[in-house]
Design a binder for this molecule. Sequence first.
Ligand code: HEM
Length: 417
Amino acid sequence: MTTLLEDARTGVTLGLTSVATRGLALMGDPLAQLDRHRPGIDDPFAIMAKIRQRGPFSRSRTGLWVTASHDVCREVLRSKDASSRNVDERDQHPLDDSFIGMDAPDHTRLRRLVSLAFTPKAIGEHRERIANVANQLLDACPTDRPVDLVSAFAAPLPMAVICDLLGLPASERERFFRWGEVLIAALDRARSLDGARQVRLANAELRAYLAAVVAERRRRPDDDLVSALAAAADEGDRLTDAEIVSTLTLLLIAGFETTVNLIGTGTSNLLDSRDQLELVSAELDAHVGNLVEESLRFEGAVMYTFRVALGDIQVGDGAAIPRGATVVLGLAGANRDPAVFDQPDRFDVTRTNAREHLAFASGPHYCLGAALARLEAEEAWRALLGRHPQIRRAGEATYRPSPIIRGLASLPVVLSR
Ligand code: HEM
């Protein structure tokens, strides 16, 4: 089994990370183009459409398989033969040893321990606190001159919330931002030796920091997730210290590095369509939920993810992704699949089936923080649009450089007239 995984994963290294992708991209290989696209300059959704034109799934010249079909993505994500493990020693990411990079039964065991804290009901109890944070951030924003909505609002909100939930001091957030930025950029694989060194350093610093917090909570438990995980570990050997630290790293990074993008790009898309902005602002209660879903569908933060086929994976009429294939699942392409979404390239907050998107994936690895992300975005927009229905652009937005995690680096706006 390991050999099969190793063989398959080598494709990731040799394919997507090597200089060769540059040549393949120039030769028109859409997966190589996706890997090399420059957010804000190139259109990844047009590349996804090209991938879809080649059929429900296809083999790229990088050696990897690829799909931008909603059906195929969903089938693979739900297949018991699809592995999330990355066993390529040369291509490890700091999050690989957390449960996002595991298969059953390890995945099931670790995920179950934290999942109680993330049910919609448990998360719903944080609504008021999230609304308060959103309003405090807006109180501090100037209304008569341009403000960068990403750094003033979209980024600090999820950071405050996840720190609160985990029981980490918000005063450390500058360090968390710095570590998070390096570790998320590493998802695109360290492209330089210097980059690789930075990743190792950030990872080591963050883990040392979290290990100290766990030790502290063992001594003095509090009403937070770190204490709960530490307690779970103490009841028999269900969680090792290393597992707790890996889990916390995943929750912290996933907790603030994705929702910021949903709030940023979602607001930007709304600003491009005055009539939709007016519609939502006029009846916030009626529309804010679907604004969240349509924003996730139209420009979700995770462009694609990987799975390795441990056996043939049947997708549709007799076709199968062959055992051993590493398949790139274009979630952002699935969310623009015309077989599921009418006029998929139109941002439409009244779309009735927006919620069928795969922005949070599907199957056993379905985003654990989905309810939290939805709630944060909803409260962010209730506060923002409720107070500033006249919000408008004050300059060009800029994108973060990652081809995998899509989001804005800055969004200059003027909040009031
Ligand atoms: C808009 C915001 C978010 C988006 C678009 C998003 C997207 C995703 C996606 C696509 C996956 C599946 C990855 C894969 O299996 O390959 C995932 C997994 C995960 N997400 Fe999120 N996420 C968001 C917010 C959050 C938040 C706020 C948290 C909070 C802690 C979180 C925690 C996680 C965790 C722990 C996993 C791993 C689940 C597992 O492996 O079982 N996410 N997310």
